[in-house]
Write a protein that binds this ligand. Sequence first.
Ligand code: APR
Length: 243
Amino acid sequence: MYAKAAKIIKSAERCVAFTGAGISVESGIPPFRGENGLWNKYDPMTFDIQYFYQNTLRSWEVIREIFYEVFGRVQPNTAHYALAEMEARNLVHAVITQNVDNLHAEAGSMVIHEFHGSLKKLVCLKCRSTYKVSQIDLKTLPPACLRCGGILKPDVIFFGEDIPEPARTHSFNETSRADCFILIGTTGTVAPANMIPGAAKSNGASIIEINPFPSEYTQSVTDVFLQDKACVAMEKLIEEMDR
Ligand code: APR
């Protein structure tokens, strides 16, 4: 299967990676669903935008615990670096990620569409000023805008919010142009992100999937299923492409 996947990638005109929480699991960030999933421990409602507006302090306490207390300590893993290497070799042309952990950028990927935003930025709900998270002291919650005193929110998409532009437009443009998609570590359960692989498939792209377990895509859109963890799979893929 790895030889087949390597052949598809090498012969593709434009290959795009589509990643989910699974690619960051081996960096120490738990997934949302499945074994050790965050939603087994925390209520996803904490990430509903209405809940955030009505229970800002409680929501921020959970967000800080889940993300910011690990954020900055976690590092990209072999899979992130392998994707960046494939981009450098012109084998991958873009990464569309559902992840908000910034690990693709830290691994050196250049063309990244953050479909759900990024934890690295905070945005003021009142005046829309934005800050790097390093500029704001998260010891005091909820964090306040340095300009107007308004409440700051992580620049990530909460349930009930629209996908940010230009990430949305860029992601669907990539989807219409790609003739190869590599899905890495995603269950395919959250819309509208989960429409992207199907759209690529209907545009004629070959779909390669990396996941230790079957997902919503495996039986429906996947052409080559590499049933491994992301780090092992990406190492094997790079080896095959070097043959
Ligand atoms: N390597 C590759 N895949 C892995 C690994 C690993 N080491 N470990 C787990 N996985 C797979 C799981 O089998 C699962 O299919 O990663 C996937 C994680 O699924 P989710 O936690 O549902 O993550 P994701 O699909 O990215 O969730 C989509 O849901 O909660 C929202 O906004 C959040 O972006 C997130 C969206």
